[in-house]
Ligand binder design. Structure first.
Ligand SMILES: [Zn+2]
Length: 505
């Protein structure tokens, strides 16, 4: 039934992936989407060098501006995101069952030379710092590659350096202490003067970052240096013929990017049921380069999904506070203000009623919330961004959390076995953030979550209430948003126009 996504000629080959993607969708649908997206978007994506029939034409590019978040520059890729875990799992079978690239056209639209120069304003600036520090001809450099299980002390010993010196260095500053974090394969470079005194020590952590420790008159000076990563814009565009995965790959998107795309539009489109042949997608994303060589994909900067004639747009925008999220072209957040359920994989054990028999109180009572039966310890998530207005014991609720969302909405979570670490009154919480764990404290016949949704203090049925759909950017933010995202929106329009012409031929 929902196999439309996977309705492909390579059904057998995609069976494993199908299962994983369903799992992913389940997670998404279960309300974890927002949280995943949040963490996931902060993570760097993986990349794979798929060739594709992506649009290889040069497009007018948006100016490099604040829409590129600065923090992605040297952020190491974390692997602890569940979404990424799934991405990795999916990567495996696909390596075996790689759909043959339909054409040899390059997937990447490179920035024109002048825009590239803009993107990497000082590509070689930090490198010169090393050279100018000491007169190079008087220094003797020795390079050592860290071996498996090798400790810093033994490397020092190999170089004829004393444990006392090592101790002096690592205790000279917190930054210098990070020298101890060495990994196999990393390079250490020692610079000795003519008297064989260590003048400088460089730990090459990665191709991007290194730690430089220099001897000065006042002891050792440690500096962490990052090389600027050059950011380029690339785009991919495609028409659904068999599935989001197959056609996404054909368009040159990595599996991680396809999932990113599915997450971005997860509130608009049910990717399991609503995808149709002829649907289109257009994606503008960042690529990170070092020395002209691609390191990895950056985030999706803008995307469009044409689903059964409806055009959904998304642009990535970092607001003035520094929060990054996806918005439609009018500045409405793609993420909804509230997710429907606060617990994953739970069964509704009691609905909102005006009157019902209370099993513990042994009398008729109205039930002003929804009960979700789930094992004790199941994480309970905030259904919207808000603030903790109560955390503690409250009569029949037992351990309860009350969250306030703006001036109008309050959500209540009762019978918790315990609270999330660090959750305090007045603390801000994000949608999808774990606030506590299912339990049976208070008046509860068994472990379940009692969840209430109140509007202006009045209890409403959380299952049927029309939830406020989206959060819109504040008025004062809107003009900045428009200015910064207009070029991306224009480029999406152009990609769509080109696809229309191409498919009409
Ligand atoms: Zn209840």
């Amino acid at each position: 039934m929902q196999d439309y996504i996977f309705n492909s000629r390579r059904q057998a080959a995609h069976r494993r992936r199908k299962l994983l993607f369903r799992l992913f969708l389940l997670v998404l649908v279960a309300g974890a989407g927002a949280m995943l997206a949040e963490r996931y978007l902060n993570n760097s994506t993986q990349h794979r060098g798929d060739s594709s029939r992506a649009n290889g034409d040069l497009l007018p590019l948006p100016p490099i501006n604040d829409t590129l978040p600065a923090q992605s520059q040297t952020q190491p890729a974390e692997a602890d995101s569940p979404a990424q875990g799934i991405a990795q799992a999916i990567q495996e079978p696909s390596a075996v069952e790689q759909p043959e690239p339909p054409s040899s056209q390059p997937a990447i639209t490179e920035l024109p030379a002048d825009a590239q120069a803009e993107a990497a304003p000082s590509a070689s600036a930090p490198d010169t710092a090393v050279q100018t520090k000491e007169p190079q001809d008087t220094l003797r450099w020795v390079e050592h590659t860290v071996e498996k299980g090798q400790a810093l002390a033994s490397i020092f010993k190999q170089q004829g350096l004393s444990p006392t010196l090592l101790d002096k260095i690592v205790t000279s500053s917190p930054q210098a202490k990070t020298l101890a974090r060495i990994h196999p394969g990393q390079k250490l470079r020692f610079a000795f003067d003519t008297e064989d005194t260590l003048q400088q020590l460089i730990l090459e952590r990665s191709r991007i970052t290194r730690l430089e420790i220099s001897r000065t008159e006042n002891g050792f000076l440690a500096k962490e240096i990052s090389r600027p990563v050059e950011k380029r814009f690339a785009n991919a565009t495609g028409i659904i013929e068999s599935s989001l995965f197959v056609d996404g790959q054909k368009a040159g998107l990595s599996d991680a990017q396809i999932m990113e795309l599915a997450q971005i539009f997860g509130w608009d489109i049910d990717f399991a049921l609503e995808i149709r042949e002829g649907d289109q997608f257009h994606v503008i994303f960042e690529e990170q380069y070092l020395d002209g060589e691609k390191l990895k994909n950056g985030p999706i900067l803008a995307a469009e999904f044409v689903n059964r004639g409806n055009i959904y747009k998304a642009v990535r925008y970092t607001d003035e506070v520094g929060d990054t999220a996806y918005y439609d072209a009018e500045g409405h957040a793609k993420r909804r203000a509230f997710i429907r359920t606060p617990v994953k994989f739970a069964r509704i054990s009691s609905r909102f009623t005006r009157k019902r028999w209370h099993p513990v109180l042994k009398r008729w009572r109205s039930h002003k919330g929804v009960d979700y039966a789930a094992p004790t310890g199941t994480p309970v998530k905030a259904t919207g961004n808000g603030k903790v207005v109560f955390r503690g014991k409250k009569g029949g609720y037992g351990n309860a959390v009350f969250l306030r969302h703006g001036g109008k909405y309050t959500t209540v979570y009762g019978h918790l076995s315990r609270f999330a670490k660090g959750l305090r009154n007045g603390k801000a919480v994000k949608q999808g953030q774990v606030i506590g764990y299912v339990g049976s404290t208070g008046l509860a016949s068994g472990p379940h979550l009692h969840y209430e949704f109140r509007v202006n203090g009045v209890h409403r049925n959380p299952l049927t209430i029309k939830l406020p759909k989206t959060v819109r950017l504040a008025k004062n933010e809107l003009s900045r948003f428009r200015k910064l995202t207009a070029p991306l929106v224009a480029q999406l329009d152009e990609l769509r126009a080109k696809t229309m012409v191409a498919s009409a031929r």
